[in-house]
Design a protein around this ligand. Structure first.
Ligand code: ADP
Ligand code: MG
Length: 295
């Protein structure tokens, strides 16, 4: 039977918005010495806003096509693009055969043929690294900035790019600081986003550049979690479909509750319902105290 101390800790924790799926996760959390965090939607709000557009031809036409492709995606970036199109009163262009390329973007077919939208890795895959556009200098300038970029192209031809941004959760900096104070030695950031964006946000939150891993595919996140797990018990905190495997691999997988994906919640051992990052240190403290009582 479950010791009373564990039951009482589980219920106290639940009242604070940290929901454990069972007593075993609480006991493992007491032994955790490193935390790995996804960035977008975990340390940041995940509510992206479109910032800039650089494109061939009419920006409205460009945005309508991009929104048509992103209509088929559940990614936070896709949501930002759909909202930007809607705010301009644009109707997304019909796109068929749309499919996601995990960690890279989307591919589909519209009235002019094959169309894709995503990061530099997807662009390179399409052979569009230096494709002709009206404003190559402006796209290069966007690339110099520390913003998340979405490139749009047809085959090897780059048509344009937008940038999107979100902001760190208010609780992210204090939450990381509280974990360090609680004696968590390693705190790492794992993201599919660009290095420049990851470093700008991570260092702002007190994460050392050496602890920031960027431009990762979902399987890279799993590998890094496994590397950390080889040294000490590791907790991974994430929200996305792309985080499910890393959540499952971690000693303690912690999913963002309300805004997180269903798949992430299923793969996790713990749900952070409040989305307040400072609650993690509180849960860790409670887990350690409980472990001392039952021993
Ligand atoms: P993260 O760890 O930031 O949640 P993802 O694996 O979901 O990363 O995505 C990694 C990168 O792939 C994004 O930063 C973005 O550049 C690109 N990407 C993924 N999905 C889309 C999409 N629907 N539209 C445009 N770009 C996308
Ligand atoms: Mg995420």
């Amino acid at each position: 039977s479950v010791p009373a101390a564990i039951l009482s800790a589980l219920s106290a924790s639940a009242r604070g918005g940290v929901l454990f799926k069972g007593g075993a996760a609480l006991e493992t959390l007491a032994k955790v010495r490193s935390f790995a965090f996804d960035k977008t939607g975990t340390l940041t709000t995940g509510r992206q806003e479109m910032v800039e557009i650089v494109c061939e031809g009419e920006p409205d036409d460009f945005l309508a096509r991009l929104a048509g492709l992103e209509a088929h995606s559940e990614h936070p970036i896709a949501d930002a693009i759909r909202r930007a199109a809607e705010a301009r009163g644009l109707t997304p262009a019909p796109v068929r055969e749309a499919r996601a390329v995990p960690g890279e973007g989307m591919v589909g077919v519209d009235d002019q043929g094959m169309i894709w939208a995503g990061n530099a890795r997807l662009a390179a895959r399409m052979g569009a690294r230096s494709g002709p556009v009206d404003h190559p200098d402006q796209i290069a300038a966007l690339h110099q900035g520390a913003q998340t970029m979405v490139l749009l192209g047809r085959g090897a031809r780059l048509i344009g790019a937008i940038t999107v941004a979100d902001r760190p959760r208010d609780s992210a900096g204090p939450g990381i600081e509280a974990l360090r104070r609680a004696g968590i030695a390693r705190i790492e950031m794992l993201t599919g986003d660009r290095r420049a964006v990851a470093e700008r946000i991570g260092t702002d939150l007190g994460i050392h550049p050496d602890e920031i891993h960027a431009e990762l595919l979902p399987q890279d996140k799993v590998r890094i979690v496994a590397d950390l797990a080889a040294r000490s018990r590791v907790a991974f905190v994430g929200d996305g479909v792309n985080d499910a495997a890393a959540l499952a691999r971690a000693d303690v997988g912690i999913a963002m509750g309300a805004a997180g994906s269903e798949v992430a919640l299923q793969a996790a051992d713990v749900a952070l319902l409040s989305e307040d990052i400072t609650r993690l240190a509180a849960a860790h403290r409670l887990a350690r105290r409980t472990a001392r009582i039952i021993r």
